[in-house]
Design a protein around this ligand. Structure first.
Ligand code: 5GP
Length: 118
């Protein structure tokens, strides 16, 4: 079964695509957490970060570079942004097709709430 994101990559499902090449597709998150919230995915699915192999090194590096290009195109490169990869249950991963969240366009606050001391 193709993943949800594969179906967006191939055009079977609609997606607000902001970038696409033969290896990578980027589209706007359906439920954005910030003014800019774009998902950057490899066209060929990899389920989680745990499933990455050496052969994926180039595409993962390219995902970072494409995310930085999109940040520039969206006008948030200078103000800043965050890149997030969630993995499995504790990481809050919902879609099992590796993806990089590019979020920005407002101050995002601390990376994670820290546990209270004492
Ligand atoms: P995860 O929790 O797996 O890291 O992130 C999955 C993301 O996919 C969520 O931010 C969610 O809003 C987004 N998402 C889920 N279904 C769709 C969809 O059909 N289209 C788009 N564009 N994003 C989706």
């Amino acid at each position: 079964m193709p993943t949800l994101f594969e179906r967006i990559v191939t055009g079977e499902l609609p997606g607000d695509i902001v970038y696409q090449d033969d290896e990578i597709t980027a589209f706007r998150d359906i439920e954005p957490a910030a003014p800019v919230h774009v998902l950057v995915v490899p066209n060929e699915p990899v389920a989680t970060a745990n499933d990455l192999e050496e052969r994926h090194d180039a595409v993962v590096g390219r995902m970072l570079r494409v995310a930085a290009k999109i940040a520039r195109d969206e006008g948030i490169a200078e103000s800043g942004y965050r890149l997030i990869v969630n993995c499995n249950e504790h990481g809050g991963q919902e879609v099992f097709h590796l993806h990089l969240h590019l979020v920005g366009g407002r101050s995002l606050g601390p990376m994670l709430p820290r546990p209270r001391k004492g």
